[in-house]
Design a binder for this molecule. Structure first.
Ligand code: MSP
Length: 510
């Protein structure tokens, strides 16, 4: 894999229910990373999709009195729509009911079988349909609830097993050699202690329902939905064709973005499956926290599920994206509250970024014949000596290093910090006074602010793509000059260019 390729994924979403804020969050986090890496010149492949098999989905289809296939067609479409609504720039959308996926999952199974990692036995134990997970008795809460609080049922059925136990030492060695495999660090430690506590072989087929991919050569068994689902990350790359372009370019993945609830599947089972199949594990698993609503656990039974479509309708897509990223540190839990959304939009997007744009452009529009200042090379160099502009230039490379470490919040903090500096600068320099006292300095000051705004707008693109585009349009930055390679002193806003009368980009919300 060349270092210029970048493969990033979201989990594939269960289609038993409609999308909610948790799905929106995972998708936006991955989208910010994907867009950031594209703007940094990487060749990005960004995958999302839907997880459509298993008992949970089958039950929901039955409840809706629909055949599973038509049910999943309908539900999958709402996730595809969510991606469009949130301006998520995925390059592919995989469904586990697609032929390309089934073929890959069957091949993957056969590979595990021929490596001697699969055997037939009988599963006797607890299963939780909502979590689609097997649990050891010792993990249950009050004897009948899964660790996530969902009911479990006793299952006894013939089952194929994956010989997970024998991978314990190899997994531990792998974690040791790859200290950044799981992020954040606290989750990495959690994974290690789970594996150290001992691994049991994993049941990987079910016989008590039908909605799944048939186990090759054993029609009564359907594959355990997690084995089926995890394979999506390689089926979208054309697996089993290991020589195909996609697989060659993009495997191993740079990052699987997931929620903390599905860490074990991604950080333990998935690398073990891959190693058994003779394939490389992904480079990193990035686990984010969970959202609550006004401090309460989000659940259908409580009736406090947040509808991301409605939120985007009410606030605008970029406001939702901005809030989701800004409100919580990647890895920590977060809380949705109506007040905090309103605050973020008004105090940051409107007051900090919007006002800076509006004030600067309106001033130029009125006082500089609607033209970007035309200043000399010497004056440009003077502008670049100002701490605000030095800070802007330095941020570009700093942010790249942070993003590679998935420190997405620090990147956004830095950009907002820069707008704060620029707001202070404009007040201190007061171009409205300079106009009479020192018109030449006024031009340098305006140039410095505009140039800082150019940096801000370019850097905001991954987070709030359409608003950043409007900012860049208003600043007159050509469409071909908006990627991160333009974040250097060698480039600049277009001197002397005319600007249109500015229109507010971030209206306040009530
Ligand atoms: N289908 C599996 C993933 C298979 S990946 C090979 C699955 N699907 S899911 O639809 O239940 O969840 C998808 C993602 O949404 C997970 O990353 C999960 O953490 C996230 N969220 C679901 N509810 C959430 C919150 N309340 N808050 C934040 N994210 C949560 O798991």
């Amino acid at each position: 894999m060349s270092t210029n390729n970048y493969y990033i994924t979201t989990p594939i979403y269960y289609v038993n229910d409609v999308p909610h804020i948790g799905h929106a969050y995972t998708s936006v986090v991955a989208d910010v990373l994907a867009r950031f890496m594209r703007l940094s010149g990487k060749n990005v492949f960004f995958l999302t999709g839907t997880d459509e098999h298993g008992q949970k989905v089958e039950k929901s289809a039955l409840k809706s009195q629909m055949a599973p296939q038509s049910f999943t067609d309908k539900m999958s479409a709402s996730f595809r729509l969510l991606m469009q609504k949130l301006n998520v720039s995925n390059d592919d959308f995989i469904r586990t009911t697609e032929e390309r996926h089934k073929r890959a999952a069957e091949n993957f199974w056969q590979k595990l079988a021929s490596s001697g990692d699969i055997y037939l036995g009988k599963y006797e134990g607890w299963y939780c349909v909502r979590d689609e997970a097997f649990y050891d008795e010792s993990e249950l809460i009050a004897g009948n609830l899964s660790p996530t609080g969902a009911p479990v049922e006793w299952v006894e059925e013939p089952s194929y097993f994956f010989a997970l136990a024998k991978w314990q030492e190899k997994l531990l060695k792998f974690y040791e050699a790859n200290p950044d495999f799981v992020r954040p660090r606290s989750r990495y430690n959690e994974v290690i202690s789970f594996v150290k506590s001992g691994l049991a072989d994993l049941s990987i087929s079910r016989t008590s329902f039908e909605w799944g991919i048939k186990v090759p050569g054993s029609e009564k068994h359907v594959m355990y939905v997690w084995l089926d689902a995890l394979t999506n990350y390689i089926s979208a790359l054309g697996y089993p064709d290991l020589n195909g372009d996609k697989y060659q370019q993009f495997w191993p993945a740079n990052a699987h973005i997931i929620g903390k609830d599905i860490l074990r599947f991604h950080a333990v089972y998935w690398p073990a499956f891959l190693m058994a199949a003779g394939l490389e594990p992904p480079q990193s698993i990035v686990a984010h926290g969970w959202w609550t609503n006004e401090g309460q656990k989000i659940s259908k039974s409580v009736g406090n599920v947040i509808d991301p479509f409605k939120l985007a309708e009410e606030l605008g897509i970029d406001a939702v994206r901005y809030f989701l990223i800004r409100e919580v540190i990647l890895g920590s839990d977060g809380n949705y509250s109506h007040n905090s959304v309103i605050n973020r939009v008004n105090s940051e997007l409107s007051n900090k970024i919007g006002n800076l744009m509006q004030r600067t452009l309106a001033f130029i529009y009125k006082n500089n014949n609607a033209r970007i200042p035309f200043i000399s090379q010497v004056q440009i160099e003077q502008a670049h000596e100002l701490p605000m502009l030095t800070m802007a230039v330095a941020l570009a490379s700093k942010n790249f290093a942070l993003m590679q470490e998935f420190k997405i919040n620090e990147v956004l903090d830095n950009i907002i910090g820069l707008t704060e500096e620029a707001n202070i600068f404009i007040y201190q320099q007061a171009p409205w006074h300079l106009k009479n006292t020192d018109p030449e300095k006024m031009l340098i000051v305006l140039y410095a602010i505009l140039e800082t705004l150019r940096y801000i707008a370019i850097m905001l693109q991954p987070f709030i793509p359409s608003s950043a585009e409007k900012m860049l349009d208003q600043l007159g930055i050509p469409a071909t000059e908006r990627n991160f390679s333009f974040l250097t002193k060698a480039h600049s806003i277009v001197l002397g260019a005319s600007i249109a009368e500015p229109i507010a980009i971030f209206p306040r919300v009530e």
